[in-house]
Design a protein around this ligand. Structure first.
Ligand SMILES: NC(=O)c1ccc[n+]([C@@H]2O[C@H](COP(=O)([O-])OP(=O)(O)OC[C@H]3O[C@@H](n4cnc5c(N)ncnc54)[C@H](O)[C@@H]3O)[C@@H](O)[C@H]2O)c1
Length: 327
């Protein structure tokens, strides 16, 4: 199939692109390269901003995709608190425009990158897809608004969609050749490794959460290769006539921040200094997916999301690429 991957020059999109290509699909990327990296890209790229409607239409006319995987978005939760309009325009507004172009161009298959941030602070863990959605950041809300609009698109235009709510994306290519290069880096594992490499002092935000095993936050880390595989099965599901819907992409296993720090120490062989800082606003103590629905519906299983594979691959990538892609 011909697949348009928006955000395909970004961290997760570049892994999705490579896995689709490995499965024999023909991929074209749409990315404005605001945060994407040319060096991460393995498919033709249209350097286009999603806000440029006529340029987006032209991409559809030239490439005639059968399906769209939509990963392009702004992703910084803290920035979204300080500048919410930026997030609603790009993540919600431009996504609505993309869906409109899809409808006009009669492209009906849509796989959407959503996030665990739609849940906010859960009443209980593991969190199933039917748990209440109470996002605590404009980022989470900007994604939820798109999710909520999708059934209307199905009714009116026949759009067939899957929203994948990823939990904490992590890890790199197993050979360490590609990985995460976000500036600013906000993800825990990347920052712990930066600490181990002596690039940036590492601060752990909060060790006094009452309801976690060691007082530090509990998170569900999912290897980026397993996220990419979820996109492949979502595409197969929709192509085979499967129903639209929302699916968590996680492992169902919670790891504390301290467990992650200790794994980095062990795997890197460094005794990195850890400063304990105050809790960060808007960090729920526990976020762990009920990952059963994607397993049951599409036969997807995480294969690379054990802590050691995640940390070893990230360590290999960051150690060999201390400046990321160097762009
Ligand atoms: N990284 C995570 O832990 C995580 C967790 C949950 C959900 N997600 C979602 O996954 C998706 C990918 O995240 P990522 O970590 O790879 O982020 P990323 O920043 O590495 O990739 C996003 C890409 O989208 C591009 N982009 C942004 N706005 C655009 C626009 N208007 N037009 C064209 N291109 C645009 C950027 O240049 C970038 O290459 C996002 O939608 C994010 O919300 C990520």
């Amino acid at each position: 199939m011909k697949i348009l991957v928006t955000g395909g020059a970004g961290y997760i999109g570049s892994f999705v692109t490579r896995m689709l290509q490995d499965e024999g699909h023909d991929v074209v990327i749409l990315d404005n390269l605001a945060y994407g990296h040319r060096a991460a890209v393995t498919a033709p790229v249209e350097v286009v901003d999603l806000g440029d409607r006529s340029a987006v239409e032209r991409v559809f006319e030239v490439h005639r995709p059968d399906a769209v995987m939509h990963l392009a978005a702004w992703i910084d939760v803290n920035e979204s608190v300080n500048d919410p309009a930026k997030y609603f325009v790009n993540n919600t507004g431009y996504t609505a425009m993309l869906l409109e172009v899809m409808a006009r161009q009669e492209v009906s298959v849509f796989v959407f990158s959503s996030t665990a941030a739609v849940y906010g602070t859960p009443d209980a863990i593991p969190i199933s897809e039917s748990a209440p959605t109470r996002p605590e950041s404009p980022y989470g809300l900007s994604k939820l608004l798109t999710e909520m609009s999708l059934p209307a698109h199905s009714n009116a235009y026949g759009t067939r969609w899957i929203a994948l709510r990823y939990f904490n994306a992590a890890g790199a290519a197993l050979d360490g050749t590609t990985g995460e290069d976000h500036e600013p880096a906000t993800h825990l594992i990347t920052n712990v490794i930066k600490g181990a490499l002596g690039q940036k002092p590492f601060t752990l935000f909060g060790d006094d959460y009452p309801d976690t095993p060691d007082g530090t936050c509990l998170r569900d880390y999912i290897h980026v290769l397993d996220i990419a595989a979820a996109h492949v099965v979502a595409l197969e599901h929709l192509s085979g006539g499967g129903k639209s819907g929302v699916f968590n992409v996680g492992t169902g296993r919670g790891l504390t921040n301290l467990e992650v720090v200790n794994a980095v120490k062990r795997i890197s062989g460094t005794d990195l200094p850890v400063t304990i800082g105050p809790r960060r606003a808007g960090d729920p103590s526990r976020l762990v997916a009920d990952a059963g629905l994607l397993r049951r519906t599409m036969g997807w299983e995480p294969r690379y999301s054990d802590l050691d594979t995640i940390v070893e691959s990230s360590w290999r990538w960051q150690k060999s690429h201390p400046q990321g892609y160097g762009e």
